[in-house]
Ligand binder design. Structure first.
Ligand code: SF4
Length: 363
């Protein structure tokens, strides 16, 4: 069987969402969704600002009623990022959210009430210069598709997307983003792969309802990572049962791990074993914490012993191969000398900061 060309990003039509481009040559953007009540404007603004300070480029808010839809106007005045309105069931809330300045509306075609209502939202979005996300969810597919496919299969999800996409395209809508989400990694990946055969609109990707903590992060990384490797994905949302700022941090780590974007330092540390003679867990954690906020994509290796240590440390921009009571520092492949255990963290952090100031670091 022929191998698929990995990491070749799919060609897509760029779609503006406020001041952020989704698709085309634009970087794969990071988005999240707020967890607090959208009507509590002070709290939602605080949450959005924290998410943006950590790297969110687009933020979605839930719009369960008129008050939440109208709050978007005030929210937008106080935050620097595009705001997406998340709509279910009531198309009138989408119209209100667009009037209030939403840069994009996420519509679930399975529960919005039919073609006429979808097109009404589309006309309003066009009038306001906003984008539409057709957000297909395996949990709310149309009855006829569930019957035809015997359940919420990836084929049923794609058919739902194609059906509603045709309505929008026939009406001349020209700012569309598509998502096909399921809590099953396999179904999600299969759905995006199939949909990519039929459209050039950009994809919003993620694994829905991924769960809490490690479970949610691993499931999201497995699904989003696979899609990114297949070149399918233009904007990413990690859906965690947890705070939105955590979603942003995980999304950035997945993008950086897949080599799709570089946001800052990559701390490579060994898993430790019976040979370890320095507290590598503490050292790597302290180095990673000290470098938080740095935007230069520098590789810093913290290795526990001379087995793989010198090799990894040499490959990195900066590194240390530890031994008894300290380690050997490396920078750009050259040995700099020995440091004691106490000197390790400050020395690595100083070297990383110096590196960031050099031309190499700035490129
Ligand atoms: S680098 Fe050394 S200490 Fe770290 S896991 Fe490998 S063998 Fe063990």
């Amino acid at each position: 069987m022929a191998c698929l060309p990995l990491f070749k990003r799919r060609n897509t039509t760029p779609v503006w969402c406020g001041n952020v481009v989704i698709g085309g040559d634009a970087p794969v953007s990071v988005q999240t969704m707020t967890k607090c009540d959208t009507r509590d404007i002070e709290s939602v603004v605080r949450e959005i600002r924290l998410a943006v300070s950590l790297g969110a480029e687009l933020v979605r808010v839930a719009v369960p009623d008129r008050e939440a839809a109208m709050a978007i106007e005030d929210i937008k005045e106080q935050v620097p990022c595009p705001i997406i309105a998340d709509i279910h069931f009531d198309y009138k809330l989408a119209l209100l959210a667009l009037e209030a300045g939403a840069d994009k509306v996420r519509i679930n075609p399975g529960n919005i009430g039919g073609k006429g209502r979808l097109l009404e939202v589309a006309r309003k979005a066009e009038e306001k210069g906003a984008a539409i996300r057709l957000g297909i969810n395996s949990g709310s597919l149309e009855k006829d598709l569930l019957e035809a496919y015997g359940g919420p299969t990836h084929e049923a999800m794609v058919e739902s997307a194609r059906r509603h996409l045709a309505y929008l395209e026939d009406a001349g809508v020209d700012k569309i983003v598509i998502s096909l989400k399921s809590s099953s990694v396999r179904h999600t990946v299969e759905a995006y792969m199939l949909m990519a055969e039929f459209t050039r609109w950009p994809f919003h990707i993620g694994i829905t309802e991924a769960g809490p903590g490690t479970r949610g992060m691993v499931k999201s990384a497995a699904g989003i990572g696979t899609l990114l490797a297949l070149g399918l994905g233009d904007t990413v949302r990690v859906s965690l049962t947890g705070p939105s700022h955590e979603e942003v941090e995980v999304a950035k780590q997945v993008l950086q791990s897949m080599g799709v974007r570089a946001f800052g330092p990559d701390v490579i540390s060994c898993p430790t074993c019976g040979r370890t003679q320095v507290d590598i867990v503490a050292t790597a954690t302290q180095v990673a914490d000290a470098l938080k906020g740095m935007t230069v994509p520098i590789k810093v290796a913290v290795m526990g012993c001379p087995v793989n240590g010198p090799g990894e440390a040499r490959e990195a921009d900066i590194g240390v191969a530890c031994g008894r009571d300290g380690g050997i520092l490396f920078s750009r492949g050259k040995v700099l000398g020995r440091v004691t255990s106490e000197e390790l963290v400050p020395a690595l952090v100083r070297l990383a900061r110096e590196y960031a100031e050099t031309a190499e670091g700035k490129n």
